[in-house]
Design a binder for this molecule. Structure first.
Ligand code: PMP
Length: 437
């Protein structure tokens, strides 16, 4: 393979010059700024199925999927029609609507791990609320989190968080009072001893252990079943709550998310963007007893003007109806497995130091020869230079990955065999260039 000339980014570059005058870094969320890959960020004009088009008219097979929520691809007609139908009746009331009931029923009927829920408008809000709920319920303050897990940008959890921060070489954010960070204990993933030590030191102060059961914000750091079961046991033993942050894994590795995949009952689960099919929705759920702590039933306050917004609920109803159909996940996961397997076979045959890690329809390209990576420390930071080359070569071959080697990719139901074959060819050629120049 030969290095391809760069695609035109003229129009994107113009838009970026403008956007830099309006927004810090020219963007409304940091990882979009292409800081760790080549060139100016692409401004996206439209999406359809598995394709996106940028402002210069370049077409890409998209594996970013708006960072996960577009499991049915871009501009899904069922979601779009339901949204338009809802919008014809007005966009927000700040009063209850039947649509909230419908979406809640669809979720609770198909998920045995939660009994009551509340909708929010983002994943960050869902996690922030879940942490407050755990603290209110246990009357304790400390939270254990894991290095390499990202839980949104709430103060108490922005400590050694995922992608954006690792990419920018920061371990925390400015503007967080030390006293807040002091309530957060950070331990390495997949390390029983570290968690035991934290409990020994702070046992009766720990409100909750929060984990992404499928850590997908700092590479894909798959945990063992034993480790997740250990967390369940140690939380129960110490009367601390176990929070699964399933903003990525929920409705992604299966309708019941990672809880269902591993069959582990956390005390609180947070979900996010995938519920809204591209519109802003988050949610947290738990048992009736725990959720009974939430205002107005209980003393833990949590609210939102746009929570349960009818347009977002309509999108959720349409999207989750598709996901609840039999064989939806089986087909999607099988397709993803075939895709990632053949990429791995190619790399192995060529002796490239490259692994594809995968679960459900999530995948991560890692420049490593380790058989598994379950801990942030096991990622070789210098390998990100290779990702940077690959990212550029893939864009020049019509394949769009999220602009950081710490980010995972997502396959949607609209990635057909034809597009996956095309994407594979582009990936093979890009790997050849990364490893052989
Ligand atoms: N938790 C996890 C596991 C996430 O991956 C994210 C964002 N990708 C969040 C929380 C925050 O969600 P949001 O960006 O919607 O606030």
């Amino acid at each position: 393979s030969t290095v391809k000339p760069d695609i035109s980014r003229e129009r994107s570059a113009e838009l970026y010059e403008k956007s830099k005058t309006y927004f810090p870094g020219g963007v409304n969320s940091p990882v979009r700024a292409f800081k760790s890959v080549h060139g100016t960020p692409l401004f996206i004009q439209k999406g359809d199925g598995c394709f996106i088009w940028d402002a210069d008219g370049n077409q890409f097979i998209d594996f970013c999927a708006s960072w996960g929520p577009l499991i049915l691809g871009h501009n899904n007609s069922a979601v779009r029609e339901k949204v338009i139908e809802a919008m014809q009746n007005g966009m927000s009331f700040g009063a209850p609507t039947a649509l909230e009931n419908q979406l809640a029923e669809l979720i609770l009927k198909n998920n045995k791990y939660i009994r009551k829920l509340r909708f929010t408008s983002s994943g960050t809000e869902a996690v922030m609320s879940a942490v407050r709920l755990a603290r209110g319920y246990t009357k304790r303050d400390k939270i254990i989190k894991f290095e390499g897990c990202y839980h949104g940008h709430l103060d108490s959890l922005l400590v050694k968080a995922g992608s954006g921060l690792v990419t920018f070489g920061e371990t925390s954010s400015a503007g967080i009072p030390k006293s807040f960070a002091d309530e957060t204990i950070v331990v390495p993933l997949n390390n029983i001893q570290a968690v035991e030590e934290a409990f020994e030191q702070f046992s009766d102060q720990i409100a909750a252990v929060i984990i992404e059961p499928v850590p997908a914000n700092n590479g894909l750091l798959l945990q063992t079943q034993e480790f997740l079961e250990f967390l369940r046991r140690i939380c129960t033993k110490n009367k601390s709550l176990l929070i699964f942050d399933e903003v990525i894994s929920g409705f992604r590795v299966g309708f019941e998310g990672a809880a269902g995949y591993y069959n582990i009952y956390p005390d609180i689960i947070t979900y996010g963007k995938i519920i809204g099919g591209g519109l802003p929705v988050g949610m947290y759920g738990a048992s009736e007893e725990i959720m009974g702590m939430i205002s107005p039933d209980g003393p833990v306050y949590q609210a939102g003007t746009l929570s349960g917004n009818p347009v977002a609920m309509a999108a959720g109803i349409a999207q989750l109806t598709e996901l609840s159909k039999s064989n939806f996940y089986k087909d999607l996961n099988n397709k993803t497995f075939e895709f990632t397997e053949s990429i791995q076979r190619y790399a192995t045959a060529k002796n490239y130091k490259f692994k594809v890690f995968t679960i459900g329809s999530i995948f991560w390209f890692a420049f490593t020869d380790r058989e598994s990576i379950s801990n942030a420390d096991e990622i070789d930071a210098s390998s990100m230079e290779k990702f940077k080359i690959m990212h550029r070569e893939l864009l020049n071959r019509g394949v769009y990955l999220g602009p950081s080697g710490y980010e995972v990719g997502f396959v949607s139901s609209t990635h057909s065999k034809i597009e996956l074959e095309k994407a594979k060819r582009a990936i093979f050629e890009s790997l050849d260039i990364v490893f052989r120049g």
